[in-house]
Design a protein. Structure first.
Length: 241
């Protein structure tokens, strides 16, 4: 019913094509991805029931397992500024062109969606000799914790758009984890789309039990039909915010 109501409102704005995601399966997903989770504050996550203490693990050993460096390790890492928008647009457009399902963002859209906003989107760049080479971003989606005397909010960061041209992707994402922890996030979530599968296990992400299905409304994939097999997660370059 929610999808139908959103569709009705979009149609009233004379929009007749869309892409959307859902946790439920309805005919027919063009792609399906899995969520992965990286603990930043494992003690809190265990206390609120988001995760549990593994067998033969103590709380102290678990905290040590997920410990991160205190500061960023990538040279040239800094927060994105408005002046970076033209180059960030160029970097992202070039990177996303590799995927079968991905947005083609204008500079105005990059400013709207990717520019840092406290409590909403956190975006960083890596500047090398005066030129932006890499982009890394994540967004905030907190949840209310019910029935817990110690905690009332779970602060979750979700990976947004990132591109590693100069820096190894694993190093770039480790700095993203550090930035998320510094900004008060308890867990960092990522889908196994884009190039994410290259770092998920290495950076101690754990696969979740939730899937996210991608759907097109009044669209077909280029050259596809209703019987075309779904895309692989690594062919998807679209992150919904």
């Amino acid at each position: 019913m929610l999808i139908k109501e959103i569709t009705r409102r979009v149609n009233l704005c004379d929009q007749w094509q869309a892409v959307y995601t859902a946790g439920v399966v309805i005919p027919k997903p063009v792609a399906t991805a899995r969520y992965w989770h990286r603990s930043l504050e494992p003690k809190k996550l265990i206390e609120v029931g988001f995760s549990r203490l593994a067998r033969n693990m103590t709380m102290a050993r678990t905290i040590k397992l997920y410990k991160l460096p205190e500061s960023q390790c990538v040279a040239g890492w800094r927060e994105m500024t408005p002046a970076d928008a033209p180059r960030v647009t160029e970097v992202l457009r070039q990177h996303l062109s590799k995927y079968q399902l991905a947005p083609v963002m204008s500079e105005e859209e990059v400013v709207h969606w990717v520019m840092p906003r406290e409590g909403v989107v956190y975006s960083y760049v890596v500047e090398v000799e005066g030129e932006i080479k890499d982009v890394c971003s994540f967004y905030s989606l907190p949840s209310t914790v019910l029935g817990n005397e110690a905690h009332d909010t779970l602060n979750a960061a979700f990976m947004f758009y990132s591109c590693a041209n100069h820096t190894p992707l694993q190093d770039l994402m480790q700095d993203a984890l550090i930035a998320a922890r510094k900004n008060g996030f308890d867990v960092f979530n990522a889908l196994d789309i884009l190039e994410n599968q290259a770092f998920l296990k290495e950076l101690k992400f754990a696969v979740g039990d939730g899937s996210l299905h991608y759907y097109l409304y009044n669209w077909f994939m280029s050259g596809g039909t209703k019987d075309t097999p779904p895309l692989q997660p690594s062919e998807v370059g679209l992150v919904m915010l």
